[in-house]
Ligand binder design. Structure first.
Ligand SMILES: Cc1ncc(COP(=O)(O)O)c(C=O)c1O
Length: 410
């Protein structure tokens, strides 16, 4: 089917600048660990006013790094939101952590800080928030709870590059922030991500563990049989160089992985970073136009921007009221999709109800707000930089026609 408003696989149309940047990188002497990656990290750190940024291959790998540097392990409890893409919890599942789901605020769809504290036990170690759809979680109460109980905070910032909380860039408020630059995100590097922290130790660990190194405290060792060749430059590999002179204290170390971003992605990212403010502004304009048109439709609610947040609208969420309209959400979506040619993708199925969590005993009823909202009310319309005015007007008209049609049929 050809859609009047497709769900586009790219957040913004790349142009001559991106083509030039990527082409230029092709004539560098390296496509990995080169100047573009370093420059991208420097500029992203500047944007966030963050102490350390490490470019990664994805947000998923940045989240895996976060779990590893925090030392989260079997039986450690982590509190998070059910309203997220399923990978938010993967590093925790992979490490045998126990995940506790705190219910959400029905408007922002973000984790409700008031739902966190009742879940805290003596085994709780960390709070993982997700700034859903481009809008900040209410971070002050989250950070206050975390500090009170000695917990770390990880921000999943996959949706919020350029978003702020009380004027502060997201990703640099908690202990660690993890970003995504996947093709769909507000700015893109194709695939890509960033690990952000203000903590020197976490940064040092992540730098080793994300770049094919091993990490551990080391002490000097004197063994004259190992080491006569350590000076020449051809033994320059940092990981090997230390083998001539050092051992791990108590034989304890962590094994890393290759989570690096390529130079091609970084070159793309540098150009996209320069456009981010404009790209987010365009999304905000589209969202405000949709809000103004849809707010007037009976049975339809729009998401209100929280006073503390600059919403960057990675997603455009509206709320459908089945009681007012007199038909279930599914029928309304069918109208939008089949009669109006709007390709709908609903984000996200509450993850505590995924089979992998049901297998652990999680069940319907655990997060009533997230469940009711997802199964009855929450809908996303396509939003991206290259939506046309006609497409935006069409979506407003389509929602209005859908409600009128379903209400007339009941
Ligand atoms: C909330 C959230 N976290 C993490 C990710 C993973 O990002 P990536 O595709 O860069 O691994 C996504 C991807 O869409 C996401 O929506």
């Amino acid at each position: 089917m050809t859609y009047m408003v497709p769900y586009s696989g790219i957040s913004n149309r790349l142009g001559a600048e991106e083509i030039k940047a990527v082409t230029d990188v092709l004539s560098q002497d390296t496509l990995a660990m080169g100047p573009a990656g370093a420059e991208f990290e420097r500029r992203f750190a500047e944007l966030l006013d963050a102490r350390h940024v490490q470019a990664t291959s994805s947000c998923t790998t940045a989240l895996f790094l976060a779990a590893q540097v925090l030392g989260l392990g079997p039986g450690d409890e982590v509190i998070t939101t059910p309203q997220t893409f399923w990978v938010t919890t993967w590093p925790l599942q992979a490490r045998g952590c126990v995940i506790k789901f705190a219910d959400i605020d029905p408007d922002s769809l973000n984790l409700d800080p008031a739902a966190i504290e009742p879940l805290i036990t003596e085994r709780t170690r960390s709070i993982w928030v997700v700034h859903y759809g481009g809008q900040a979680v209410d971070m002050d109460p989250v950070m206050a709870i975390a500090r009170r109980h000695g917990l770390s905070v990880v921000e999943d910032c996959a949706h919020v590059a350029g978003g702020t909380y009380k004027g502060r860039p997201l990703g640099a408020i908690g202990d660690i922030g993890c970003f995504s630059f996947h093709s769909l995100k507000n700015m893109t590097t194709g695939e890509g991500g960033a690990f952000v922290t203000g903590n020197d130790r976490y940064a040092e660990m992540a730098r080793a563990l994300g770049t094919i190194h091993v990490w551990g405290e080391m002490s000097e060792r004197g063994d004259p049989r190992i080491g006569p060749y350590r000076q020449p430059a051809y033994y320059r590999d940092a990981h090997v160089r230390r083998s001539y002179t050092h051992d791990y204290v108590d034989g304890r170390y962590l094994v890393g992985n290759n989570y690096r971003m390529s130079e091609l992605s970084a070159a793309l990212g540098i150009v996209q970073l320069g456009k981010l403010d404009r790209l987010n502004g365009r999304r905000r304009d589209i969202a405000h136009r949709l809000d103004a048109g849809l707010r007037r439709v009976p049975g339809i609610g729009v998401q209100n921007e929280k006073p503390y947040a600059r919403h960057v609208h990675h997603l455009y969420t509206l709320f459908y009221d089945p009681e007012t309209v007199g038909a279930p959400k599914d029928e309304f979506i069918r109208h939008l999709q089949e009669r109006e040619g709007i390709e709908i993708v609903i984000r996200y199925f509450p993850i505590h109800l995924l089979p992998e969590f049901r297998a652990l005993g999680h069940r319907y009823g655990e997060c009533p707000v997230a469940e009711k909202t997802y199964f009855e009310r929450q809908i996303q319309l396509p939003i991206y930089d290259h939506l046309t005015d006609d497409q935006v007007e069409h979506m407003i008209g389509a929602v209005s026609r859908g409600v009128a049609r379903l209400a007339a049929n009941r």
